[in-house]
Design a protein around this ligand. Structure first.
Ligand SMILES: *[C@@H]1O[C@H](CO)[C@@H](O)[C@H](O)[C@H]1NC(C)=O
Ligand SMILES: *[C@@H]1O[C@H](CO)[C@@H](O)[C@H](O)[C@H]1NC(C)=O
Ligand SMILES: *[C@@H]1O[C@H](CO)[C@@H](O)[C@H](O)[C@H]1NC(C)=O
Ligand SMILES: *[C@@H]1O[C@H](CO)[C@@H](O)[C@H](O)[C@H]1NC(C)=O
Ligand SMILES: *[C@@H]1O[C@H](CO)[C@@H](O)[C@H](O)[C@H]1NC(C)=O
Ligand SMILES: *[C@@H]1O[C@H](CO)[C@@H](O)[C@H](O)[C@H]1NC(C)=O
Length: 364
């Protein structure tokens, strides 16, 4: 019996040695495995992962290089007295996960300054471990705005990180277009106090082409296009259909907005939770009949003040397409001959008011 007992002890000892060898290999691997890359999104929450061999008396220190205290934990509780104020109220550990060897850090409302290399140092009764995280922060391009004014196209995007680039092109290609980027260098970049970039660029409008503005940042790319199609003519008494002619987008998952003179919203069709919802602005309820499946806007009961540029904007997660159409309203023939509409005074007053409204609009 004694003999067997001795043999059992030896076996246990060698097993113990085996375990410590495995632990050693594990911690060496963690340290030498290089930095773990993590990408956090600006203003969102982010987890910096870290794990250790579970054992009692856990000590956890998160340190941003070099020597910036981010979060400390020991004696089973957080110790944040020396925490850098940049991290104030924004860090926490998953306390219930710590006994399982999880020292991951939850970082809330990520800022650009959070970018960098972090050390996760852990210590227990069985030893110490450390690992490194390389944290990249991104503020993806959300929206590329394109506008036409005075024969100049302006393309703009804000709240971006890392530094964006902007390029112009046309479809079909045009020699006039500043594809090369040298002839018309009117792109400017600004950084706001949060470290986010804003990029703005202008080019002369190229007619008969789709003008394309592409903004890239890191791995994200977004495009906005603008084209102008032939004017549409109408008269106050007739119905008119203004085509959108966007064939490039997947209409089923797009948001659509019709605007007047590029500023006043007429109608929106938003796509959320697999559903489309259409909304017509109060000021346009009388004029808007409907929007066809091909996105054409059907209007009626128009007056001269409805003459102007109608724009159809189709946007998806990837891109925005803007199609501008000038609607020219020619007064009905039977009321063009001066004052032939009727002899009554009210008619005359309405006529004067109408002229005044049109005049004010032109003045604006
Ligand atoms: C730690 O726990 C958190 C919360 O449950 C989890 O999101 C994370 O993936 C865990 N990390 C590791 C390394 O297990
Ligand atoms: C995130 O931080 C910014 C300042 O960097 C602050 O203005 C904003 O209110 C914070 N958002 C939340 C949800 O705490
Ligand atoms: C429109 O552009 C022309 C030529 O570039 C310029 O002279 C004029 O002042 C501009 N008008 C407005 C309203 O910006
Ligand atoms: C174009 O503008 C960028 C910044 O907006 C500037 O760095 C560059 O030098 C300019 N290039 C030329 C040819 O003017
Ligand atoms: C727009 O579409 C309409 C009908 O769908 C077509 O008649 C018209 O030629 C198109 N216009 C352009 C500029 O593509
Ligand atoms: C469409 O509009 C809704 C509501 O404004 C918005 O939540 C959603 O992100 C938009 N989708 C796209 C693809 O722009």
């Amino acid at each position: 019996m004694g003999f067997v007992g001795t043999w059992g002890q030896i076996s246990l000892m060698s097993r113990g040695r085996l375990v410590s060898v495995v632990i050693l290999l594990l911690s060496v691997r963690v340290t030498d495995g290089g930095d773990l890359p993590v990408t956090c999104v600006f203003s969102e929450d982010c987890v910096l992962p870290c794990s250790f061999q579970p054992a009692s008396d856990e000590v956890i220190h998160w340190i941003k290089q070099f020597d910036i205290p981010v979060h400390s934990y020991y004696y089973s509780t957080d110790h944040l007295d020396s925490q850098n104020q940049q991290y104030g109220q924004r860090t926490s550990l998953f306390n219930d996960q710590i006994p399982k060897g999880n020292a991951s850090l939850l970082l809330k409302n990520v800022t650009i300054q959070d970018q960098g290399r972090y050390q996760c140092y852990t210590s227990t009764v069985t030893g110490n471990q450390e690992s490194f995280i390389n944290n990249k922060v991104e503020a993806p391009i959300r929206l590329v705005d394109i506008q036409l004014s005075n024969d100049t196209i302006t393309c703009r995007s804000t709240g971006i990180y890392p530094e964006p680039k902007l390029t112009w092109s046309t479809d079909p290609r045009s020699d006039l277009s500043p594809d090369t980027g040298t002839s018309q260098n009117s792109t400017s970049t600004k950084v706001n106090d949060q470290g986010l970039y804003e990029i703005t660029s202008t080019i002369p409008f190229i007619r008969d082409r789709t003008n394309i503005c592409t903004v890239t940042s890191g791995k994200t790319e977004k495009t906005a296009t603008l084209k102008q199609q032939a004017p549409v003519h109408s008269s106050p008494s007739s119905e008119v259909s203004i085509p959108c002619n966007d064939s490039q987008s997947d209409l089923l998952t797009s948001n659509i907005t019709w605007r007047f003179n590029q500023k006043v919203t007429i109608l929106t069709l938003t796509y959320t939770n697999d559903k489309h919802q259409m909304h017509v602005e109060d000021n346009w309820k009388e004029q808007v009949q409907d929007m066809s499946d091909t996105l054409s806007l059907r209007l009626h009961r128009l007056t001269m003040k409805h003459q102007g540029i109608y724009s159809c904007e189709v946007s998806t997660d990837r891109d925005t397409h803007l199609v501008l159409t000038y609607l020219e309203i020619t007064p009905d023939k039977r009321i063009t001959g001066k004052g032939t509409r009727s002899g009554n005074i009210t008619g005359g007053v309405i006529g004067v008011l109408l002229v005044a409204v049109v005049y004010i609009n032109i003045q604006e």
